[in-house]
Ligand binder design. Structure first.
Ligand SMILES: *[C@@H]1O[C@H](CO)[C@@H](O)[C@H](O)[C@H]1NC(C)=O
Length: 236
């Protein structure tokens, strides 16, 4: 019995082959290896204060030879918006290449607004590229106690169009800014070098409401009286 087991132990010559087998086995069984790894990382910062902000992204990629087109998809919740006119200007000046999918009403407060999706098409780049996207916060409905409302900036998705599949999930999204054709993009996993961003918006105080109404009414009356008095004293 024992002698048989000894016979199974590898001879010195077989050792290198065994080691190579062991090195190959775990990776070939992992599902990930079917997809090329683009080694993408994204840093995100939110600049400026108040209602007018800017998203600052730094997109980096590893030294891959793969020729992929990249886009960032951002789900813009009802508490914020991208201004279509401002985006159109940035597109025209070739500072950015952004497509807004969905209707954007820049006047409505958060609770009367809908979400939209922004596709930010990344220009060709070597190792890293920075993208600055201006966005705006919406007024939120007044609360009893006033204070601050919270706005979560959704985590963006990085999409890639590559000659070869590079992610497990596919997303149908416009191929480019013209929004004429849909492409099957790969939803690429990336290293997020940032925490979830939560912004605060000052919210109106409902306790102030009666006072504000009375003052507004009085000012309106005063204006009327003044206008009437000017009109009645002006010789026709
Ligand atoms: C892409 O994948 C991430 C992580 O799996 C997911 O959270 C995100 O919603 C996906 N994006 C799209 C556009 O499907």
């Amino acid at each position: 019995m024992h002698s048989k087991q000894f016979a199974l132990t590898p001879r010195p010559l077989e050792m290198p082959f065994l080691i190579i087998l062991l090195l190959i086995a775990p990776t070939s069984s992992a599902k990930e290896s079917k997809f090329q790894n683009l080694n993408i990382s994204l840093t995100q910062k939110v600049d400026n204060e108040g209602f007018h902000r800017e998203l600052k992204w730094l997109l980096e990629r590893g030294p891959t030879t793969f020729d992929c087109k990249l886009a960032i998809q951002l789900n813009v919740g009802p508490e914020m918006y991208l201004n279509p006119d401002q985006i159109a200007d940035l597109n025209r000046l070739r500072h950015l290449s952004v497509l807004i999918d969905g209707e954007v009403d820049i006047e409505t407060p958060a609770h009367l607004s809908t979400r939209h999706i922004a596709y930010i098409y990344v220009p060709p780049f070597e190792e890293r590229v920075s993208l600055n996207i201006p966005f705006h916060l919406r007024y939120q409905r007044a609360q009893i106690s006033g204070g601050y409302g919270k706005v979560i900036v959704n985590k963006p998705s990085v999409l890639a169009l590559c000659p070869q599949s590079c992610a497990r999930s596919e997303v149908k999204a416009p191929c480019d800014i013209s929004n004429r054709i849909l492409c099957k993009w790969n939803n690429v996993s990336y290293q997020a070098l940032f925490d979830e961003v939560e912004l605060l918006v000052p919210v109106g105080d409902l306790d102030d409401y009666p006072l504000v109404s009375i003052v507004t009414l009085l000012l309106g009356c005063a204006g009327c009286i003044y206008t009437l008095s000017v009109l009645s004293t002006t010789p026709l």
